[in-house]
Design a binder for this molecule. Structure first.
Ligand code: ATP
Length: 309
């Protein structure tokens, strides 16, 4: 029993960490299949997305708590229009990543509904849901394997040509070619260490290979050098094309072009609109913009106080 208990317990810890960080949760999730807390409904159907440009996504009066007695999201309602980018901003702890975790159905909500192309996510199979969502996490965890394997994770069975194509589109092909063993170079903890920007590009290549209709992009909080940051922003625009995208943003400059910006405070959406509309509103977002203009290095708002229950 003990032997069995130890790895299962380890998986439990790993599972929680993955859920928390959004890091590579799409694929690692399948490794942890045994440990799921969320089950498919008995008559769950595969998600159907007919719109080529990505589906419309809706949160309708969503209440959510991780633990009893501490409500995190309060009556959160918004619609992400099909095929364009919705950005979410707000202080640390305001609930931005929680939106992404709920869309991926790591947890079930207590009240309200989340729908993709009109289908409630609790009524669809988790496999089809996760197949439809690509995540570019803040900090990509690389497997101790070749760089080719790490990119191929986006699409099991991908050919070498497809992998190279994706790497080119993610602007990492030349870098890989310059490595000692090219695509066969070992990376990860026990191999070559990649910079934050390079790792994010591997994640972008994976996502390009996967070609999902929905994209979640979790912007790095740690500052990248401005060249890497600009490159990643350009790539973000490119991969977001024709997908319904959710960007969790830490720098407002990244999202000025977003079709919609949601401003979160204590688990509530307090403002929404385009950059221009929110500046004209002259409230929370406008203040934040002014602060970040004055101090470009500033990460978004300081930590929030504990949200009210
Ligand atoms: P950041 O910008 O720092 O990533 P965020 O806006 O994404 O913050 P969330 O990660 O969504 O914030 O967290 C919202 C609230 O939920 C926080 O108060 C946090 O402490 C709480 N929380 C997050 N994950 C869990 C968890 N697994 N169990 C309990 N509470 C949690």
């Amino acid at each position: 029993m003990l032997q069995l208990y130890v790895p299962l317990n380890f998986l439990g810890v790993l599972y929680r960490e993955i859920k928390q960080s959004l890091a590579d949760m799409e694929k690692l999730f399948s490794l942890l299949e045994q440990h799921r807390e969320i089950a498919d409904a008995p008559n769950a159907q595969p998600l159907q997305i007919r719109d080529q440009a990505g589906p419309e996504i809706k949160f309708d009066q969503v209440d959510f708590s991780y633990e009893t007695n501490r409500q995190i999201l309060h009556q959160v309602s918004f619609a992400m229009p099909a095929g364009v980018t919705t950005a979410v901003v707000g202080a640390s702890g305001s609930g931005k990543s929680t939106l992404a975790r709920l869309l991926f159905r790591f947890y079930d909500i207590q009240q309200g509904a989340i729908t993709i192309a009109g289908q409630e996510i609790r009524a669809i199979t988790q496999a089809s849901l996760r197949q439809s969502i690509g995540i570019v996490p803040q900090d990509t965890v690389l497997f101790n394997d070749t760089i080719e394997y790490n990119i191929a994770y986006g699409k099991p069975g991908a050919t070498h040509e497809q992998i190279v194509e994706a790497a080119k589109a993610a602007y990492i092909h030349e870098f890989i070619q310059g490595l000692p063993d090219g695509y066969a170079t070992m990376v990860g903890e026990r191999g070559l260490k990649l910079s934050g920007g390079e790792k994010q590009r591997v994640a972008i290549a994976r996502t390009i290979l996967k070609n999902p209709p929905i994209l979640i992009f979790d912007e790095a909080t740690s500052a990248l050098d401005s060249k890497s940051e600009q490159a990643i922003q350009t790539q973000l625009k490119e991969i977001a094309q024709g997908r319904t995208s959710l960007v969790i943003a830490h720098r407002l400059s990244t999202i000025v072009d977003a079709a919609q910006i949601l401003v979160m405070e204590h688990g509530r959406i307090v403002e929404s609109g385009t950059h221009t509309e929110l500046l004209a509103l002259d409230r929370v977002y406008a203040q934040m913009w002014a602060r970040q203009q004055a101090q470009p290095e500033l990460d978004l708002w300081a930590d929030e106080a504990e949200p009210a229950t």
